[in-house]
Design a protein. Structure first.
Length: 322
């Protein structure tokens, strides 16, 4: 028998958040659902934390009405959502979390019916995303402002070029390994592991290939295939380490480079995705192709990155003759 040990040790309480009083009083089935939902059902850690906060907040709010878990009514859920402080997207998330959790309670027969299933959320639609776009001229200015004499400069130039020429997220770029830069005999491609467990292979254009190979020359002879492609920096020495850069570090690096290039610092790595999507759609590239490049499951998400309408609106208001 093989010896299987966990990566980290800890108590069960550290793995599963403590259940609110209503769950404990409802019995074993409800406690089992609580443990199952917040440790096994939701795999994305960010979604798990957000849903756990929303459900816990709701159950603690219900305690003041002195009702048991199986006596929660749709009117209570609706009242909670109406009184929920925060933006419309936050209220929609809270309702989705409550509805999903009570779905599991219903399936496990911890409650008879889902009180949130009939509660309607408020209408909220986004026509255009909020991420600011970096213009084509600004992107060029940013790339040209980075000195590529030192390894750190070559790294930063390569990272920002990847963000622009692959439309990848900062986290996906940070997670790249050396083996993810693949040569198929004719050209290079980058293999990204995106959120949601999706894997994509994006061809590397000629100028990006040159930038990446120039950066790789700074990593020494034949770096390990399993080593990170983009390394963190030793702050005192200004040299590259053997550790991977993090997504948040890419955001901070871009802020510094924007400031050095005298560009607006409210821009972010995600601004590169917006610029790339808008640029390709402006050139008449099919939405389906741009959707694949951006790694979106739904074309409506890709349209949120399209800033062409903003350009039209700006031209329209500039023509007001009052």
């Amino acid at each position: 028998m093989s010896d299987i040990t966990p990566r980290s040790k800890g108590t069960l309480a550290a793995l599963v958040p403590a259940a609110p009083r209503l769950i404990v009083e409802a019995g074993t089935a409800a406690e089992f659902c609580w443990s199952e939902y917040f440790s096994a059902t939701i795999r994305n850690p960010h979604t798990r934390r957000a849903y756990q906060r929303a459900v816990t907040r709701f159950l603690k709010w219900v305690e003041c009405f002195e009702v048991s878990l199986d006596r929660i009514t749709p009117s209570l859920v609706a009242r909670f959502i109406d009184e929920y402080s925060g933006s419309a997207p936050s209220r929609k998330l809270a309702l989705a979390a409550i509805r999903s959790f009570f779905d599991l309670l219903t399936v496990r027969h911890a409650v008879f019916m889902n009180p949130a299933s009939s509660v309607r959320g408020e209408r909220y639609s986004v026509v255009e995303g909020k991420t600011p776009e970096i213009s084509r001229d600004q992107a060029r200015q940013l790339l040209m402002s980075i000195e590529t004499i030192r390894p750190v400069g070559k790294r930063d130039h390569a990272i920002i070029s990847c963000l622009i020429y692959t439309a990848a997220r900062a986290g996906a770029v940070a997670n790249l390994k050396v083996r993810d830069l693949v040569w198929d005999g004719t050209q290079y491609s980058l293999r990204f592991a995106e959120k949601g467990g999706k894997s994509r292979s994006i061809p590397v254009r000629a100028d990006l290939q040159k930038i990446l190979l120039d950066y790789l020359s700074c990593l020494g002879e034949s770096p390990s295939k399993d080593s990170p492609l983009f390394r963190s920096v030793n702050g005192r020495k200004g040299t590259l380490t053997i550790d991977a850069i993090r997504g948040i570090d890419i955001c901070r690096m871009m802020k510094r480079r924007l400031a050095d290039a005298e560009l607006p610092t409210h821009l972010s790595p995600h601004s590169c995705r917006v610029a790339t999507v808008t640029d390709l759609l402006t050139q008449g590239i099919a939405l389906e192709d741009v959707q694949y490049l951006a790694g979106h499951s739904d074309p409506r998400t890709t349209r949120l990155y399209d800033r062409r309408q903003k350009q039209v609106t700006r031209n329209t208001v500039e023509r007001i003759s009052i």
